[in-house]
Design a binder for this molecule. Structure first.
Ligand SMILES: Cc1cc2nc3c(=O)[nH]c(=O)nc-3n(C[C@H](O)[C@H](O)[C@H](O)COP(=O)(O)OP(=O)(O)OC[C@H]3O[C@@H](n4cnc5c(N)ncnc54)[C@H](O)[C@@H]3O)c2cc1C
Length: 488
């Protein structure tokens, strides 16, 4: 496969390209103002958490382009293909891995004008919408029909449908409805040469591999999603919250495994051990928040069974006020993020870098979650890092934790980037994956070969044949990471 150190022949878009672009779009759909470009591509990945990729956070795209239809996306992509100009698809820029930060300048393709609901089918339980629609707006629209989407991330008020599919995100209701990708029935996608492919809206065929999976979680490197048909669900008539506290993480985790074994199926599961280092001696709180949906009879059985299982592991039921508070504030971080967008870009960048911790989200086989946690404790203890939170979200294999910087007096020297890599490599050694919901972006590109193994060569071949000039989000998912170009 091709290997080159100069991925792009262009250094700057020239007048002829701009002339052809202006022929395709109206003036208000093209922005050349550098300040605006930089502001847009400044996302939540601050230089501290980006570690070795932080150098790329200072790169600005040259042009922002705002298409308003699939045809316009196809026209712009065809033109970029002809001129070999990189394109970064942009949903809302809330991705925490730097997926929308350009590595090679070029075009930032702002998809937020593709924001219409195209069809709600309450009989088939599907909605078709354009990819730049904010999830919360989709949710509000469906509410009028008595339906909801099954993807409810913290970032529901700010993230788009296309961004959620492109990162295969996870939300509060993943315990019942799965990841965002699990809910996709069909996609309309623009390929790197401008060709448009459209899926049908049915859930299953047996006519060869299903190409939609090429684009789910692909972070815009294989195609640009312009429309999606996803499953919708009737808003449950009864929705019951239930919370417990536990003496130890192991006891709470065993309760979760018992619930899974006995097919007690919550729609929401959030299990967290939190350490508050501001309180001395440091104070741990371990709680399990659950939600159940269904008829009163189903709820009664599920809640009785959950109570029995949690009691077996010394779980104590918490007041409903605690459950409500947890549920009602689940989008607070997104609202705060939205408010921060009004700040000057320098202040935002400073803010995002002042949080000197990293939040890891790995997948571990449930039989090994407790052993993996013990391994992480050994690693962080070695380096003198504090873990302020351990958690399981949605499914027993989705394991997250927050690691702080090494403190002075640690037993072994280590920089935060190498410690994080060691923790992620340990997840791979336990048969897991290095990220379960945010994607790879810039931040984890250097580990993609370790994560994907031999599969990477197959994906490289696919990428190379579909996008021979590597114009689609270069530098992400390990495609054209500088110094680590196409591997055969
Ligand atoms: C406060 C906060 C809370 C968060 N909570 C969660 C959470 O609970 N769960 C979770 O999973 N994530 C969460 N995230 C991360 C982020 O919101 C998700 O990754 C979200 O799905 C990204 O959506 P977006 O529209 O902002 O995508 P962007 O950030 O714009 O894009 C993400 C990636 O997808 C690509 N892309 C975007 N749109 C398209 C398209 N139409 N076609 C092809 N490629 C595209 C981009 O190039 C980029 O690589 C959170 C982020 C913040 C700031």
């Amino acid at each position: 496969v091709q290997t080159t150190n100069t991925p792009f022949h262009y250094e700057k878009v020239d007048e002829q390209f701009l002339k052809e672009l202006r022929h395709l779009l109206a003036d208000h759909q093209i922005t050349l103002d550098q300040g605006a470009n930089f502001s847009l591509s400044t996302g939540p990945l601050g230089s501290f958490r980006a570690f070795r990729s932080s150098q790329f956070l200072d790169i600005e795209s040259e042009i922002i382009v705002r298409p308003e239809s699939t045809d316009q996306v196809a026209d712009v992509v065809s033109l970029a293909h002809k001129w070999k100009i990189p394109i970064v698809p942009y949903g809302s820029g809330t991705g925490v891995m730097g997926g929308t930060s350009p590595v090679y300048r070029g075009i930032l393709l702002d998809l937020r004008s593709l924001n219409s609901v195209l069809n709600v089918d309450p009989i088939s339980h599907t909605v078709t919408a354009q990819s730049g629609l904010v999830l919360e707006h989709l949710q509000d629209h469906l509410g009028e029909y008595g339906f909801m989407i099954g993807h409810d991330p913290w970032s529901q008020p700010i993230a788009t449908l296309g961004g959620a599919i492109s990162t295969n995100g996870v939300g509060y209701l993943a315990a019942k409805y799965g990841t965002m990708g699990d809910q996709v029935l069909g996609l309309t996608v623009v390929l790197a040469n401008g060709q448009v492919i459209r899926d049908k809206k049915t859930s299953k065929d047996s006519m060869g591999p299903d190409t939609k999976h090429l684009f789910i979680g692909a972070e815009g490197t294989i195609g640009i999603i312009t429309e999606a048909t996803v499953r919708i669900y009737p808003i449950p008539e009864y929705f019951e919250l239930l919370s417990f506290s536990f003496q130890s993480f192991a006891q709470g985790y065993q309760a979760i495994l018992d619930m899974q074994r006995l097919t007690v199926s919550p729609s929401m599961l959030d299990f967290t051990e939190e350490m508050d280092s501001n309180v001395m001696p440091s104070y741990h709180e371990i709680y399990l928040h659950l939600a159940f949906e269904g008829s009163p009879a189903i709820l009664e059985t599920a809640i009785d069974e959950t109570y029995r299982i949690c009691s077996k592991y010394d779980g104590t039921r918490l007041d409903l006020v605690r459950s409500r508070e947890f549920w009602d504030t689940r989008h607070a971080s997104a609202e705060a993020y939205k408010a921060s967008l009004n700040l000057p870009v320098a202040e935002r960048r400073e803010r995002h870098s002042s949080w000197r911790k990293d939040y890891l989200h790995v997948t571990i086989p449930p039989s090994l979650v407790l052993a993996y946690r013990a391994k992480c404790e050994a690693i962080t203890d070695h380096y003198g890092c504090t873990v302020t939170e351990w958690s399981v979200w949605g499914r027993p294999e989705f394991f997250s934790f927050i690691v702080g910087e090494p403190q002075p007096g640690n037993k072994i020297d280590g920089t935060m980037d190498t410690i994080i890599d060691e923790l992620l490599m340990a997840a791979l050694a336990f048969g897991g994956t290095i990220e379960y919901c945010h994607g790879v972006g810039l931040k984890l590109s250097h580990l993609i070969h370790e994560e994907q193994g031999a599969k990477k060569a197959v994906l490289n071949l696919l990428k190379h044949s579909l996008d021979p000039h590597n114009i689609l989000n270069p530098g992400k998912l390990g495609y054209f990471y500088p110094g680590d170009l196409y591997h055969s």
